[in-house]
Write a protein that binds this ligand. Sequence first.
Ligand code: MBD
Ligand code: FE
Length: 306
Amino acid sequence: MNHTEIDTLVKKWIVEAADKPANPRVQQVVVRLLGDLCKTIEDLDLTPNEVWSGISYMAAAGAANELGLLAAGMGLEHFLDLRADEAEAKAGLSGATPRTIEGPLYVAGAPESVGFARLDDGSESDRAEVLFMQGTVFDADGRPAPGAQVEVWHANLMGNYSFFDQNQSHFNLRRTIVADEQGRYQFRSILPVGYGCPPDGTTQQLLNLLGRHGQRPAHIHFFISADGHRKLTTQINIDGDAYLWDDFAFATRDGLVPAITRIDDPAQLDALRLDQPYASIDFDFHLSRDSAALPTALVERPRATA
Ligand code: MBD
Ligand code: FE
């Protein structure tokens, strides 16, 4: 079949078969996607077995709740970032901290505090390096933004996230910090390690067939929100990680790899009651003003709430 014949068929199945009002957007998208799928089957001469194995794959990925992970690993989530960047550049917005993907492991409802929080429950303190991270949230005019919300979440020393990993305490390594009167935030935590896709999962199964690994470099996630400003979804990476520029989710970006300082001054360690040197990261967040001319920065997607 040629593509015109396929388009005629798809139009018949989707558009002409409608006998009550269709949602025009859904109809438009389905016509396009189904047409592209049929053209792929035709052009690549897919066998019925191949088509059904693709359908079972999607069913298995859905049943395993790995479709969000798959979207990250196929670059789709990063693609949405690139499009949001383009829309903002076109609207003349610049100067904000780069965005990067949310990933599938955010959980709403983390404990909230003003100015400071400790993220880790101490359960890995015997092996972990202590991290202090701090900085200022700036508004679109370059002024500190007191009251801005800093939502932060990251993995433990196993590369696992609380809630999804039932072995961790409630909201371990997840907090909401409200920036203080100077717009500052600070947290104490542990330096995380990178994430690896579940080795027996559906995402890794496809990555294997594509000759790809499923590793992420060590990173820390953020949502930064302030009235009148675009919500910033971003991450910082831990410098020095072997996968820093080889992330299976393509999320590492210039401007999101802050320097890490090792603090070993005995007076500073004493003041914090630490007996080992610790890692310190300074990182400021810069927001851009919200604009009705832009697609919203508030992304709706399935998220866990605990
Ligand atoms: C993660 O921790 C993550 O951030 C992404 C994008 C995908 C899987 C695990
Ligand atoms: Fe992550």
